[in-house]
Ligand binder design. Structure first.
Ligand SMILES: Nc1nc2c(c(=O)[nH]1)N[C@H]1C(S)=C(S)[C@@H](COP(=O)(O)O)O[C@H]1N2
Ligand SMILES: [Mo]
Length: 413
């Protein structure tokens, strides 16, 4: 097994700093307790872990190998998620940028196409229309933590979601240039992040989507987030953004899109990964493999980003409660809040999305009439009439698609 410089957490400080040098400077000394201990005993990473944490200020580290970090809800208050507040979900180790520098990075389009393509990032920028869209990305396992019995995998609570602005080209335009053949069924996304085992023949993840979804004009091959190069942890220098579907479809460090004549069977496409039972099951059921169905769009959901849970509010004076709402394949049409455990609901003001697949901002003024303990609950309803449940929805073996209402505690004083 070749031991590359990247075999640990590992990239050099130089690479981690590509998109965040100033953040590192101003945040040194602000490392959350517990972070450095996770990395203790890992040579080479002392410096990197510091840089890493500074790049993702205030995020909760769920796992260091591979890196998985989520954002506390109150730190997702911005309408446009800044790079340092976007969650990280890695399945393997970061790519070796010394072997694969941005300047010679190529994207290959092959498989069931008439003209296979090999494009540099400069080719992408020159030969295709460059578009900018705000699109949310959420891990299919966001909310897994709340399932009973628990499911294995990262114990995401609420914060595996964010909505930055992406700049890139339409996947559709690139696929049309390559000429998708009539027998095309699915895309297959390939990258150069490395498997935790070190086995070069294994991919940490390689997912795909049906051709019809890939040809949606909102699927993008992106090279920028919020007007800057993609952060290393979020896929520098090139990634896919497949809106509305599990984040796992949005391959980071993208090197190759293969068009297949069958449903892709890469890592995390088979078994129970990113699949739900075909029928409702009781908690803890062992569902036969053949009854597990690939997840397409994510359900309607919302977050309360202010106040932070546990906040104090003055009795009898209105306070603003606000957050975001989103839904896999449709706009959110209503957002309501409750301060009496769902007995009554009050309509919030809901903004239109900046563009299709951007999350929507909402706000409501709430007044607490008596001193004491309250919970603020928020529920979104989408265009199809689907609404967030008050309790954890359908148990499933891998703990996906939990869109339960977000609740925050408020003490009126
Ligand atoms: N190459 C590669 N792409 C990947 C992953 C990965 O581990 N490797 N993780 C996927 C998963 S499961 C999610 S939820 C999103 C997370 O994107 P982010 O880390 O930029 O937030 O990236 C996806 N793309
Ligand atoms: Mo994910």
């Amino acid at each position: 097994m070749k031991k590359s410089k990247n075999s640990k957490l590992g990239v050099s400080r130089r690479h981690l700093l590509l998109a965040g040098a100033s953040t590192v400077a101003c945040l040194s000394g602000m490392m959350p307790a517990g972070f450095s201990s996770v990395f203790a005993g890992e040579p080479e990473t002392g410096l990197d872990s510091e840089a890493l944490m500074a790049l993702k200020d205030g995020l909760t580290l769920l796992n260091a190998r591979p890196v998985n970090m989520e954002t506390p809800a109150h730190l997702l208050d911005d309408a446009i998620t800044p790079a340092h507040r976007l969650f990280v979900r890695n399945n393997g180790h970061l790519p070796d940028y010394d072997e694969h520098p941005e300047a010679s990075w190529t994207l290959t389009i092959d498989g069931e196409v008439t003209t296979p393509l090999n494009l540099s990032i400069a080719d992408l920028k020159r030969d295709f229309e460059v578009v900018r869209k705000q699109i949310w990305i959420e891990c299919g396992g966001n909310g897994r933590k709340f399932y009973e019995p628990g499911a294995s995998g990262n114990q995401w609570s609420l914060g595996a979601i964010g909505c930055p602005i992406w700049t890139g080209v339409r996947l559709k335009d690139v696929l049309e240039r390559a000429g998708v053949k009539d027998n095309a069924v699915y895309t297959a996304h390939h990258s150069i992040d490395t498997h935790l085992s070190g086995d070069p023949d294994k991919a940490p993840i390689s997912r795909g989507v049906p051709i019809a979804k890939a040809l949606d004009e909102n699927c993008l091959i992106v090279f920028e987030m919020n007007g800057a190069p993609l952060p290393v942890l979020n896929g520098f220098p090139l990634r896919l953004i497949v809106p509305g579907w599990p984040g796992s479809c949005s391959q980071k460090w993208l090197k190759r899109i293969q068009i297949r004549d069958r449903i892709h069977d890469g890592t995390k496409m088979t078994g129970a990964a990113y699949r739900m039972p075909a029928y409702p099951v009781s908690p803890g059921t062992e569902v036969p493999k053949e009854d597990m169905v690939i997840i397409h769009e994510l359900p309607v959901k919302s977050l309360i980003t202010s106040p932070v849970t546990g906040a104090r509010a003055p009795v009898g004076e209105p306070i603003e409660v606000r957050g975001h709402a989103w839904s896999g394949e449709g706009d959110v049409v209503a957002l309501e809040v409750s301060v009496d455990f769902g007995a009554s609901w009050q309509k919030a003001t809901l903004d239109a999305p900046a563009n299709k697949y951007a999350w929507q901002q909402w706000r409501a003024d709430l007044t607490f009439e008596k001193a004491g303990y309250y919970e603020v609950w928020a529920r979104a309803t989408d265009r199809t009439g689907k609404r967030q449940p008050s309790v954890v929805p359908g148990w499933n073996p891998k703990g996906y698609l939990n869109n339960m209402q977000h609740r925050v505690a408020v003490f009126a004083v």
